[in-house]
Design a protein around this ligand. Sequence first.
Ligand code: PNS
Length: 176
Amino acid sequence: MNAVFPGSFDPITSGHMDVLTRAARIFDHVTVTVMHNARKQGRHLFTLDERLEILREATAHFPNVSVDTFGGLLVDYMARQETGSVIVRGLRAVSDYEYELQIAHLNRQIGDAETVFIMAATRWSFVSSSMVREIASYGGNVSEMVPRASASALRRKHADVYEEREAELQAQTTSL
Ligand code: PNS
């Protein structure tokens, strides 16, 4: 049985990686699909191409995982998959449940698409792409919260902030 792991992945986090690792053990093949909406393009830190590049690097070690993108309804994407394919979504905490439940029900109602939930390990329950973006925008250390490909991309995106913060920290250390 195949699965689709859809999301914005702006960028992929260690929580996503944990869910993907578990999904790759359960399903024959998992496609990580960046769902994009041309009208919402400006809302993301990373462009679609950047997100795809990060995902390809972060998932290269999985023999049964591929990366894809789709600009439309998830149910339309699912209709193009092999019969019986399911949607995989990760749950970090109870707070995710209400939103995910609504989407899962709607996807079943409008496209007969089945959703399977995988619980991320508790150590990732506070990690989200938005928090990672926030921390990185101030030059903070996110290396534990994201795969190396995301960390490098965040560092490149905020190179000036990281350099400035590191110089400040260095100056503080030498003045002690
Ligand atoms: O990583 P995210 O932002 O939580 O992912 C949400 C995503 C992309 C899976 C969801 O917004 C989605 O499926 N978008 C595609 C458009 C769609 O099908 N919307 C209807 C869902 S009811």
